[in-house]
Every structure is written in structure tokens, then in C-alpha cells.
Design a protein around this ligand. Sequence first.
Ligand code: UD1
Length: 419
Amino acid sequence: MAKIVIAGGEPLNGEVQISGAKNAVLPILCATLLADNAVEIGNVPHLHDVTTTMELLGEMGVQLIVDEKLTITADPSHVTNTVAPYELVKTMRASILVLGPLLARFGHAEVALPGGCAIGSRPVDQHIRGLQALGATVLVEGGFIKASAKRLKGARYVFDMVTVTGTENVMMAATLASGVTVLENCAQEPEVVDLAHCLNAMGARVEGAGTNKITIYGVDRLHGGHYDVLPDRIETGTFLVAGAITGGRVLAKKTRADTMDAVLAKLEEAGAHVNTTVDTIEVDMRGNRPKAVSLTTAPYPAFPTDMQAQFAAMNTIAEGVGVITETIFENRFMHLNELTRLGADVRIEGNTAIIRGVKKMTGAPIMATDLRASASLVLAGLVAEGETTVDRVYHIDRGYENIEEKLGGLGARIRRLPG
Ligand code: UD1
């Protein structure tokens, strides 16, 4: 298996271009199933999860063309298959996002149940109940969610909890329902807003995305068009923490500062000087060691769970004690056990991690367990003295485009060993 080797201990300094958001492009690709003709998607990141989604859509009969700038043209006019097989769903939970679009456009969908994953049990009951509220008949049978409906009907549905892909699935389905759908207790993540903008560019009438109440006026058909995916706030945050953890300076370009308030506030608390424009963010530690920060993850606009591991890594070498509480996923501290191999001082009590910063860590072989956890291990490797080898980096390739090239461009001594 491929590994990443990092010789740590140097402050990073430089500029990095941010890619399109993984969590926006995946639902947007699935949304193309709703259209009558080709949809062109720009600012697509080169990620393993994007390849998996294309494979899934291809399996259904969507014709896909990728140009040299990674613009994807998805033509869903010849879809013949409405089944998402387990082999693909098990490698990427976001495959569940084909459920709503397939059901709404073809009246039928079968999607393998995603099952558990490394960061805890992740049920999809809200996706199912939301679609049932729109009139779908849903059976869970033989490991598959089997949904059918002649035509979905607009309805009001209040989500039991805030779910990002749940909101997206039901919102997509409602675009082709008859009448008006009102969804409440919706996720307000920028990626939900981006998907709504894309759907509207395809002729949908979605209002209120970005608030907890989304209203969808059903239309008879959606058409093709062009849409550029928003920048990735988690990738941005990861590079900014890379600057902060090494006491360096990083300028992230082609990003969106307005989607990152909670993360930037915590970086300032850690002692970073933060400067933003509309599409750039600079973090400068001026050679200083970060101060420990305490935080609690929660749905947007609060601090994102997808940045928790990176800030935990920063706390390991910070001045003071940081207390991190994870409220979204039940088993999302696996990176901390790996970080202790580098010398981190960590105590875990339930969903809280108490991290006492140490003055220095030393490199060691460590192993990635999930996507964001693996990013935090690379960050720790940047600051640990000596060589750190991160194994199982396929997790990182699911969500970070060319991470070693981008970090290398900032001055990191990092290389990939092929598996
Ligand atoms: C999305 C993101 C992921 C991020 C997460 C939380 C994508 C592709 N992935 O994942 O990167 O970490 O949001 O910001 O956008 N839940 C239920 N029943 C449901 C749905 C969710 O109980 O039907 C629970 C989950 O177990 C979890 C919480 O709700 O505890 C939030 O999960 P959710 O927002 O659905 O995460 P994802 O959409 O899977």
C-alpha cells in the first residue's frame, strides 16, 4: 500500500491553490441524474471519491466526458439502470446520494445500504423517512433500500437531526415532485447551498438553502447547464493548519473565506494572524508555537467535524491544554492513538479528548484510519522531528487532491512511496 514519508520540523511558507469541494461535487454529480440532458461541471477536484461517483453514474448509463481541465460533462439521457451496487456503495457512503435523484426521475431506485464505517455507525433513516414523506414506498430488503413512487408529491418534512446528505437527498428528490415541499431542521452547510444553486441552474426552484428551512417548488423537468463547484473549505482549513502547526505562513488562493468563520476564529485563538480577501486567506504564525484551543464540533456554522482531527494534531504540540468535544460522530478519535506514537499526550473520555501540548514530537511509522484522520497524521508529521511514515494513504486520496505536491510547494519535505 502507498505511504507518505515526511521529514518534519520546518516551518511552511508559501501559496497553495484550493480545489473544488469534495462534499459539493459528489451531490452535484448525482444531481445530474435529474436532468433531461447534459450538465457540465467545472472546478472538479481530482479525487478518488469523484472517480468512484463517476463509476457509479457510468454503471447507470450516464455518459461522462472529462476534459483536460477536469470539467465533467454528464449526459443522463440514456440511463437504463437504477441500482447502486454494494461494491461501490461500501467504498463511499456518499453513493446514497443517487437515491433521491433516481427515484424522482425514474420512479424507482435501489441503493445498497452503506453499513458501518470507521468513524461510527452512520444510519440513513432520515433519507428514507424524508422520501417516504414525499410519497415514496421504501423497503429495506436483502441489504438494499428499494424505493418507488409514480411521482413524488410535495410535503412538509422535519428532519429529526441535522444531516447533510439527508438534506441533499430529499431536496434533490423534491425538485421533480408535484407541488411544494418544505424541509425543516435542514443542514445549512455551504455544500448544501452549492447544490441548491446548481439545481436552480438546471431549472429547479429551490429557496432557503443555507437556512434551516428549505422550500422546493416542484417542476416537471430539469435541463442541462454549466456549474462550477465551490472551493473546498476543509482542504483550505487543512493547509491553513499546516501553516499554523509549523509556525509558518500559508496563503490559500481560490478559496472562500466566508464559509470558514468558525475555523478562522479558532486559528486566531491559536495565535495566528489571519488576513482574508473574498477568495484568499493568509495565516501567519510569525515563527510562534500555536496556543492550544478547545472546541466542540457541531453542524454549520459551528466548528466542522471534518476539521476536528487537524486541530487535534495542532493541539498536540501547542502551548497549554486543549479540550476537544466531538458531537457528530461517535468514533472519531482514532487519529489520537496514532499521534501518541509520535509523543502526543492525549486522554480520551467518551466523546471528549484532552490534549496537553508537548514541546516536541518525534517521527514514527503511523497508520491512517479515515479521510480526515489521515490528514491530521500528515500535519503532525510536518512538525515531528525526524521521519514520519503514514501508511494506508488511500484514505487521503479520497478527499485531497495531490496533497504531497501541494505541501511540497509550501516547502514541506514530503514524498510518496508507491505500494
Ligand atoms: C456529511 C459529509 C461529511 C461530514 C458530515 C458532517 C458529505 C459527502 N459528507 O456526511 O464529510 O463529516 O456531513 O458534517 O457531504 N444521521 C442519522 N440518520 C440519518 C443521517 C444522519 O442518524 O439518516 C446522523 C449521523 O449518524 C451523524 C449525524 O446524523 O451522527 C450527521 O451525519 P450527516 O450530516 O448525515 O453526515 P453525512 O451527510 O453522511
